[in-house]
Design a protein around this ligand. Sequence first.
Ligand code: SF4
Ligand code: SF4
Length: 322
Amino acid sequence: MLKLVDKLQERFDTAMANVFTLSPTEICNYKCFYCFNKSAPPPLPNTKIAPPQEIVKSVDSLSNCVFVNLSGGGEPMLYPDTLEISNMLVEHGHWLGISTNFAIHDWAKYLEHIPPENVVLISASYHSPSEETAPLKKQFFHKAQWTRDHGYNTSIKYIAHPRRIRSGQLQKSQEEFRRAGFRMLILPYRGPYEGKSYPAAFTDKEREIILDGMDRPFLFDPSTTFKGRVCDSGCRMGWIYRHRTPHVVRCWYGESLGTIGDVQWQKTPQTCTTDVCPSRIYMREIGMIQGEPDLRYYFWRDRHLNNHETLNWLSKKHGIGS
Ligand code: SF4
Ligand code: SF4
């Protein structure tokens, strides 16, 4: 494991660690009660957004691309070409970050041509259907253990919805994963619940529970924005997001950089023009917002070493906290 961490440091030390995110589908096999997708436009049919070669060509055109993030908005494993695209990315020397709810039946087959050395992280999201349904729960734990035992850096993600905290479910699941040797990383719920708006409405006690299970600082104040700040996304980050198909965009809400397979990367960092950043903390930690500390390596190191060192380091060095 340390070997990959060292390789990551080498890349972060020598390159501008660029990131490409691929969110190929909004289709999902689950219907979680807290899904942010509910407020999104209805899913498009699960047709292909572009030939795999064109998608990979877009990634290749981003110089110094450190890793490709296969992420959700739906379940990325349900996109028809995910296997082919992943294999091609590995053949082209890219590293992957994979988010999944472990929905696909043949998970082992998916990983067949993707060696652990090419995977920065497998983020397995433990969603409410898995938590509340015995066979799905068993299946989830089995896949998580299998993945870890085969040498993949595996982390468990959990959405902290107020209902999951107040019922004690979060704490129960946290303990179950702890016993299975996993650290369950918490992501705070964002959205409405019982007439209140979250994450701002979390109580002090709930914030304590949430922060204790996070591997990064979190801003509960939703008014934080980077609008008007200079941001490197568009130079160092691109996104294929299904609702914006067939374009590569600067970020989730950002401008188009051209069509898939014909991307015109911005030559210099541009001002952010949107009110909502796809992930305020994430963009800051990966060094996209100019003038903010570049925290990339430290977060990845923590995830590999499975500790809280970064939070301590951050509060000492940069005074960043919740
Ligand atoms: S697994 Fe994710 S995308 Fe699917 S319904 Fe649940 S929260 Fe939404
Ligand atoms: S929304 Fe976030 S990632 Fe996009 S341009 Fe603005 S600051 Fe950058």
